[in-house]
Each structure stands twice: as C-alpha cells, then as structure tokens.
Write a protein that binds this ligand. Sequence first.
Ligand code: FMN
Length: 171
Amino acid sequence: MTVWEAIQQRHSVRRYQDKPVEPEKLDQLLEAARLAPSAGNRQEWRFVVGTDADMRQKLIAAANGQSFVGQAPVVIVACAVDNEHVMPCGQLSSPIDVAIALEHIALQAAEEGLGTCWVGAFDEAAVKELLGIPETVRVIELMPLGYPATTAGPKSRLDRDEIVMYESWSQ
Ligand SMILES: Cc1cc2nc3c(=O)[nH]c(=O)nc-3n(C[C@H](O)[C@H](O)[C@H](O)COP(=O)(O)O)c2cc1C
C-alpha cells in the first residue's frame, strides 16, 4: 500500500471485530509513532497501550460514554510530557508533536488492515486516575484500534478551493 492509498483508506472506525491485534502489528504501529518528527526533536510523546478488557470497559465512562472505545481490542492513550515548550510561532509544541505521531499510527494501521479512531472527547482527570498517569503529564488523545467491523463511507470534506489560497490570503 502506498502512503496515498493509506491516506484514502484511513477513516474513523467505531465498530471493531472481536479479533485481537497481533503483537508484531502493534509493535509496527508504535515504531511508526517513534519515528515521527517533533519540534526540536523533543519527542514529548508517551503512549500507554491498553489491552486489558476491564480497563477498556472503565475507559468508556472516561470517554464520555463512547462505547467503541471499550469495544476496540487496543486503546492507545497518547500523552505528553514536557508540556511547557512554546515554539517561536507561539504554539505549544507537545500536542502538535503527539498528534503527528498518532497520525503516523493511524496511517500505518490502515496499511496493516487495522482501523482507528481519534478520540478527543474524554475526561482527562478520569483517564489519568484510571491509568495512574502522573499529574504533570497531559493526556492528548485516545486512539482505539482493531480490525474494522464496518466499511468506510464517502469522505465529507470541504472542496480544495475552499481551503487553499495561492500566493496570498484571498476570499
Ligand atoms: C482531534 C480529533 C478528535 C476526535 N474526537 C472524536 C471523538 O471523541 N469521538 C469520535 O467518534 N470521533 C472523533 N474524531 C473523529 C472525527 O469525527 C473524524 O475524523 C471526522 O469526522 C472525519 O471522518 P473520518 O475520520 O472518517 O475521515 C476526532 C478526530 C480528531 C482529529
């Protein structure tokens, strides 16, 4: 599969087959994350990989009741250490860096026939308590993953001419 094919293939999967993810596939996803770029190569990302059924069940409540978070055989809890670093452009680097690494995971998962979903609707304090994540660490996103039980629908996106301007900002 090419990168372009993986980009087209990736979509939010909210129903998963009752089939475990092979450890070597999971390793490859985490390696894809490890190789992601980050501001100043700070690599603020840390990943808690949850496979325990009881823990995933409890995570549902922390994820605003989104049941697919517990139904997926694996949930990656993407965290950031070093949350103070602001780039000269004024943006905090850690959420951007963690997001890039997570999208590496999502695209590599697509290549491996796995589905993922970004999950930003969660209660950070509840996730931290459940997983014993230290006070200073931020939870950036959750990413359930597994073999999809659904197929992709058409992508709903703005047209390119609505989002791209050439040479200067223009309406
Ligand atoms: C930062 C972020 C947070 C998201 N949070 C959630 C979420 O909490 N629950 C959910 O079902 N989908 C969530 N999504 C998925 C989006 O709804 C989805 O990516 C978007 O509708 C486009 O659909 P697609 O991923 O199938 O292409 C999130 C996506 C992103 C990028």
